[in-house]
Design a binder for this molecule. Structure first.
Ligand code: PGA
Length: 233
């Protein structure tokens, strides 16, 4: 595990985007594991900027996102499909059919989970997985619990996560209570992991990366990842 401490979010965004772009330059059809939330927004803006000035192309890149809310389809402005279109996909030359998120409106959610794991496998696995971290130590929507959940699964979001997500919804009652998330095995199978965290995550970063490996802090399992970079400020 390599921990890079940076002075502010600007530097975090620049450093993270440089790493993701380098991955694409090294392998033009790289499989990028992508994340949503407030933290990666600045990273995606830098990636879009690099595309615009001709430094990188995403034409052959494949992407798999970590998670999606149950019950929201891709046209819903708070869905993660919408977020990805808005923040990155519509701003670069990526092919829509190469971008993947779990389908939160699938009628059979358990099948959707199994299909998502099969999809990741069929792409040859993730070359680089971008992650944020929840205040409670979640990665993707793998919430604190008694055991690490390995496969893609349907999660009931913790109150802490629902409260954190509420800022994007005009009414608390509209905040989804369930989500589909890539499981711990999917995240740990990525060849490289890049986790970013702003200043508000200092305490949880200390717990996750300098404390015990425990399912009560899901991100702590990344201490076992052979090629993880943490960028935090
Ligand atoms: P945030 O979410 O970037 O909006 O803080 C991070 C996460 O929950 O993984």
């Amino acid at each position: 595990m390599k921990h890079i401490r940076v002075k502010d979010e600007q530097e975090m965004n620049t450093r993270a985007a440089q790493i993701l772009i380098a991955q694409v330059l090294l392998k033009e059809d790289a499989v990028l594991g992508l994340a949503t939330g407030g933290t990666p927004e600045g990273v995606y803006a830098k990636m879009a900027e690099a595309y615009k000035n001709g430094s990188v192309s995403f034409e052959k890149v494949r992407t798999v996102n970590l998670d999606e809310y149950v019950g929201l389809n891709g046209d819903h402005p708070q869905s993660y499909r919408y977020y990805m279109e808005d923040n990155l996909f519509s701003k670069v030359d990526i092919e829509k059919e190469n971008t993947h998120l779990p389908n939160g409106t699938a009628t059979d959610l358990m099948k959707e989970c199994a299909d998502y794991d099969a999809l990741v496998k069929s792409l040859g696995g993730v070359d680089m997985q971008l992650l944020g971290i929840g205040n409670n130590g979640h990665i993707g929507f793998n919430e604190p619990g008694d055991a690490f959940v390995m496969g893609t699964n349907v999660v009931t979001l913790s109150q802490n996560t629902i409260d954190a997500n509420a800022r994007y919804f005009d009414d608390m009652s509209k905040v989804p209570k369930k989500a589909l998330t890539l499981g711990i095995r999917g995240i740990m199978s990525a060849k490289k992991v890049l986790l970013i965290a702003g200043a508000s995550k200092r305490d949880i970063i200390e717990k996750a990366f300098y404390g015990p490996v425990t399912p009560s802090v899901p991100a702590s399992i990344l201490q076992l990842h052979p090629d993880a970079i943490i960028i935090s400020c």
